[in-house]
Design a protein around this ligand. Structure first.
Ligand code: HEC
Length: 111
């Protein structure tokens, strides 16, 4: 029990720059909605007529660096997000996209 609570304390005491993997995944999920990725890729990233599904992106398909490039530079029909996202935010989106299944953004994000 003491160990569990110690971990909780460590978890909540972390500075913003040292997010845990779970926190990054959650931040990515929120960004995916707040930045409008869901407009083309769908709320659960399963794709729409405007953008492909992002549910099967693993290391075997796209290396993280290529995913980050797609987000920063855009593609043929996808706009570039390099100007509107920080490196950390791009990283969080990549981490979120590569986690299976994609966790949903939690309700408190104002959705
Ligand atoms: C205006 C529609 C649109 C928006 C907004 C959009 N995308 Fe895309 N995205 C696309 C399209 C279309 C493609 C297919 C390749 C291309 O044309 O660029 C794509 C491709 C991708 C790919 C590569 C998938 C693959 O398997 O080839 C990733 C990763 C991706 N988008 C992530 C994102 C993220 C993250 C955001 C938000 C920051 C976002 N997209 C916003 C339309 C969009």
């Amino acid at each position: 029990m003491a160990l569990v609570c110690g971990l909780c304390a460590a978890f909540f005491a972390l500075p913003a720059s040292a997010l845990t993997k779970a926190q990054k995944v959650q931040a990515g999920a929120v960004l995916f909605r707040s930045k409008g990725c869901d407009y083309c890729h769908g709320k659960t990233a399963t794709g729409t007529a405007k953008g492909p599904s992002l549910t099967h992106l693993g290391w075997w398909r796209w290396r993280g660096s290529r995913l980050a490039q797609q987000i920063e530079n855009g593609g043929r029909k996808m706009p570039a997000f390099g100007d509107s996202l920080s490196r950390d935010e791009v990283n969080e989106l990549v981490i979120w996209m590569r986690s299976h299944p994609h966790p949903q953004a939690q309700a408190q994000s104002g959705q």
